[in-house]
Design a protein around this ligand. Structure first.
Ligand SMILES: Nc1nc2c(c(=O)[nH]1)N[C@H]1C(S)=C(S)[C@@H](COP(=O)(O)OP(=O)(O)OC[C@H]3O[C@@H](n4cnc5c(=O)[nH]c(N)nc54)[C@H](O)[C@@H]3O)O[C@H]1N2
Ligand SMILES: Nc1nc2c(c(=O)[nH]1)N[C@H]1C(S)=C(S)[C@@H](COP(=O)(O)OP(=O)(O)OC[C@H]3O[C@@H](n4cnc5c(=O)[nH]c(N)nc54)[C@H](O)[C@@H]3O)O[C@H]1N2
Ligand SMILES: [Mo]
Length: 851
């Protein structure tokens, strides 16, 4: 460790000199100077006036500083993307609005935790007063509450799954840091799967032997060259490709723009399948006739496809050779389609009655897709539904019948719409990152405990908290819910984002302790007992790699401003906590500095670069150069075809399935005997859909991802003015439906069902199918504060989750079904209250010397 001190000193010297050198960006930007002052070095010498390079989920950013304040932020990759992305322009709001300024403890919790533990009043979460405390007091409360929970319930009593869209960087990865800390003291209950692709990833693992949803796609170059039919299936890349989990490489939208050009030139035929004519449809200028916009009834993609399959079988227009060579179980599926196994022939007429698309269009579409090179591009929304496995299994089966999987520009793709799938993978080393594994084994009383292994599917967290001991089925085995006494969340906003919000609130009010780390007063922070004010990524140094699949740049994420008030890095919170348990050395790798961590991550890239024959600058030069380090894609990678190796030789390159083939019938799944997921793609009516609508709840609600936010993130930015209607989130309603209900554009409406109620602003439009409404996810949950009960109360800002259900998509995946919800809607006649939730919460009491 002695070299760290030396290194640091040398580094400061070096950075000091180089920091004054100007740089000219070549590949990426406009060639303007990025830093007029000294290059930021780890919290010192911040740029006071000038531009700083950093990154966020929405790409690398050029942040302009004036007198030490963020005044502007714009795109850094100006040569890669020229489509305006509003998310890139609101950094100042993210630094200065709705911040948590100090460590805070909920009043009843603060007053009773030591003296009278039964008096902490979990029921007051979300409506109690707050006490501002010094950091060390908050740490003491947090450490003692963890000890108390472990004594009472064991380590599995801590829910530390902490899922969420934290910062896109390598070091300050909030949930990883939490898990790393909890790992040093005997473990915690973790989450399984995710919200994005809960059903899709599980079914694909059985059918294709890989998660599929997070894989590189056939190169866009080949799609634009060889594909004749591009099917845009339930996706909205104009919104979802505005960002990625890693900082975005920003190529996706430009490729969709080329797709629009190819359509205009008559080279590519776009077929668009969605109950909504969304922003992407407008961007692509999708033709509004019945063969190009297939506006089916929501959640009926499976019968639509079954009708096509029937027609293909009956006309012999399907690829028997492909099915024979590369798949298993088509015979069983065929028997189902023809009605031999269940007595119901899945004719286009049968399908039409369910999905609302005419038999002729079903037949024509089948023959169009079979008749030319076809790429079925699907988003993830169609699997965020009841039985969400089936649409994906059916898209794959349809692609098998078309027979072009593994050919240039043919097959299917589940990642073109976000993360920029199809942008070729560069020859690049990968930067290391913070991990949950510690190099130094934890020791001492806490460190030597054997870590528990306990995990539940993420969507089941509230159900687990409310029903400890309950046994659920999951993917062929059973899970017994642990007894959860504490929720610790860092890097997500689950109160806002989990389905069935009112049930979720009940769960959060039931546990002994809730701790939340977040920069902002989110719905989750408001429901906590102890809140740590966390720095934003603009207040710390970090490193990132752009592109989930492309690895196109290594970007320094430089600190722009001093930490806001008493906010602190997650790293420091968890380091301080681990010291309370005697595991600080394991957590921090013996007090390694943040700079040393970053150097270590970069060193891993340097190591990997050697056998690739790539010459990279050393860390000091990389950091002081102040630019993104580019990598280049090989010709081979530009011509990447997904599943080509399998197609070329299925014996030598089998899939990771039991048969090595694509499993149209899965023996493994069939053996589980789940009624909600039989052995081949099957139509099962969703829990709630147009087919079982009632007078109380006649509309299907979709809650897709917001174009102007990342879930709840940026919901507090002034960007809100661009989309809010009458001060709340917009709900799209069909013009005929609106007329019938006396709802006008701009009206405040009440949307409600048996689970909850919300207010939203009506956007009356012909761009949504009659019977469907669209309320995007992520509006900041704002309970009506005129209602003191708060349980089941109305959200006055338009968050869809009081209306959604937390039922699992099936026993197989336990995925979420956010898009399975029937609701009612009416004009709201009372005066709608102001959305107060963006105001900073002020403490009613201040404790300690710092105050
Ligand atoms: N109705 C409906 N609900 C949905 C969905 C839907 O389609 N419909 N989609 C679901 C999906 S796919 C997803 S992925 C989830 C997303 O759910 P989440 O990931 O929980 O949503 P975010 O709003 O992105 O929450 C991230 C939180 O991390 C905080 N944060 C950012 N940086 C840091 C940091 O450095 N440290 C700490 N401690 N915190 C930080 C942000 O302030 C924010 O509060 O939502 C799900 N919910
Ligand atoms: N700007 C922005 N980008 C994001 C995110 C964000 O919050 N904001 N979130 C990111 C995350 S975590 C995820 S998981 C992805 C989500 O990516 P997706 O899940 O693909 O996106 P969604 O917006 O939920 O839905 C896409 C489309 O599906 C349609 N749809 C709904 N129901 C049906 C149906 O039954 N049939 C058909 N055919 N279509 C249907 C919707 O109308 C919508 O147009 O986006 C990522 N990108
Ligand atoms: Mo997601």
């Amino acid at each position: 460790m002695k070299s760290t001190t030396l290194q640091r000193r040398e580094f400061l010297k070096y950075a000091g000199i180089l920091g004054t050198l100007p740089f000219v960006s070549n590949l990426t930007g406009t060639g303007k100077l990025l830093a007029s002052g000294k290059v930021a070095n780890f919290g010192k010498d911040l740029v006071v006036n000038g531009d700083v390079l950093t990154a966020a989920h929405w790409g690398a950013l050029r942040v302009t500083m004036k007198n030490g304040k963020v005044v502007k932020s714009t795109r850094y990759f100006t040569k890669i993307n020229n489509i305006y992305n509003p998310l890139q322009h609101y950094t100042a709001d993210m630094v200065y609005r709705t911040r948590i300024s100090y460590p805070m403890i909920r009043k009843s919790y603060y007053e009773n935790f030591y003296k009278n533990p039964s008096g902490i009043r979990g029921d007051l979460r979300g409506r109690d007063e707050w006490v501002r405390v010094p950091f060390d007091v908050a740490i003491k409360y947090a450490a003692d509450s963890i000890k108390r929970v472990v004594n009472k319930y064991g380590n599995e009593g801590i829910y530390g799954g902490s899922y969420g869209w934290q910062s896109a960087a390598k070091l300050h990865s909030a949930s990883t840091l939490l898990k790393r800390f909890l790992g040093t003291i005997g473990g915690f209950t973790d989450g399984i799967g995710d919200f994005s692709t809960g059903a899709g990833q599980v079914i694909c693992a059985h059918v294709l032997g890989t998660l599929e949803v997070y894989e590189q796609q056939t190169s866009w170059n080949l799609v634009l060259k060889d594909t004749k039919n591009v099917v845009i299936w339930g996706m909205n890349p104009f919104a979802t490709n505005r960002l990625a989990y890693s900082p975005s490489d920003e190529t996706g939208l430009m490729n969709f723009k080329k797709l629009a050009d190819a359509q205009r030139a008559g080279k590519i035929n776009i077929i668009y399948i969605d109950p909504v004519y969304n922003e992407t449809a407008k961007f692509l200028k999708v033709k509004r006739d019945k063969h190009h916009h297939i506006q089916l009834t929501q959640q009926t993609d499976v019968p639509f496809m079954l009708g096509m399959a029937y027609h293909m079988i009956k006309t012999g227009k399907y690829d028997k050779a492909f099915l024979e060579t590369y798949t298993t179980g088509f015979d069983k599926f065929e028997a189902y389609v023809l009605g031999k196994s269940d007595g119901v022939a899945k004719t286009p007429e049968w399908a039409s009655k369910i999905c609302g698309i005419s038999p002729q269009v079903i037949k024509d579409t089948a023959l169009t897709l079979y008749g030319a090179r076809t790429m079925l591009m699907s988003g993830w929304c169609i699997q965020r539904q009841d039985h969400g496995e089936q649409p994906y299994w059916m898209v794959i089966t349809l692609a098998c019948m078309i027979g072009q999987i593994g050919l240039s520009g043919g097959g299917f793709g589940f990642s073109y719409h976000t993360y920029n799938g199809g942008n070729p993978t560069c020859t690049a080393p990968v930067v290391g990152g913070m991990g949950t594994h510690c190099n130094i084994a934890p020791s001492g009383k806490w460190g030597s405990r054997k870590p528990v292994s306990s995990a539940i599917p993420v969507v089941r967290v509230p159900d687990c908290i409310l029903n400890p001991g309950k046994v659920i089925e999951y993917n062929g085995h059973t899970i017994k819910y642990p007894k959860i006494g504490m929720i610790y969340w860092s890097g997500g906003n689950p109160v806002n984002q989990q389905q069935n919000l009112n049930k979720n609130l009940k769960a959060w009010r039931k546990v002994d302790t809730v701790i939340v780390n977040d920069p902002y007063w989110t719905a989750s922070a408001r429901m906590a007992d102890i809140v740590f004010p966390i720095t934003t990524s603009y207040e710390r140094n970090d490193i990132a790699m752009t592109g989930e699949y492309s690895n196109s740049f290594i970007v320094p994420m430089k600190q722009c401003v001093e930490p806001w008030r008493e906010s602190i890095d997650d790293y420091d919170v968890f380091y301080a906590l681990s010291k309370e348990f005697g595991t600080g050395d394991a957590f921090s790798d013996k007090n390694k500095s943040k700079e040393a961590w970053l150097r270590g991550f970069y060193a891993q890239a340097l190591e990997q670069a050697k056998p690739m024959l790539l010459t990279l600058p050393d860390f000091d030069k990389f950091w002081s150069d102040n630019k993104a380090l580019p990598f280049v894609a090989s010709e081979e990678s530009k011509n990447f075809i997904r599943y080509k190796e399998f197609r070329d030789d299925p014996i030598l390159s089998p899939l990771g399935t039991p048969s090595g083939l694509i499993e149209i019938y899965s023996e493994e799944i069939a053996a589980m005997k789940y009624k909600d997921c039989p052995g081949h793609p099957t139509w099962m009516e969703p829990y709630e859909w147009q087919g079982n609508k009632t007078a109380e709840a006649p509309f299907s609600m979709v809650s897709p991802h917001p174009r102007y936010r990342l879930h709840s993130q940026m919901g507090n930015a002034t960007l809100r003015k661009k989309y809010a209607i009458n001060g709340r989130d917009p709900i799209w309603i069909n013009n005929k439906d609106a007329k019938r209900l006396g709802i006008k554009n701009g009206d405040v409406v009440r949307v409600f069902n048996k689970r909850g109620q919300v207010l939203a602003g009506a956007k009356v439009t012909k761009d949504i199918k009659s019977g469907t409404v669209r309320l995007t996810e992520g509006a900041w949950y704002t309970p009506d504060d005129r209602d003191k009960r708060r349980d089941g109360t109305m959200c006055i800002n338009g968050n869809p989750n009081p209306l959604t259900t937390d039922r699992p998509a099936s026993k197989l995946s336990n995925g979420n079904m956010a898009n399975t919800a029937l609701v009612n809607i009416e004009k709201y006649k009372e005066k709608a209250p102001r959305v107060y939730v963006f105001d900073e919460i002020k403490p009613s009491k201040i404790v300690g010397k710092k105050a």
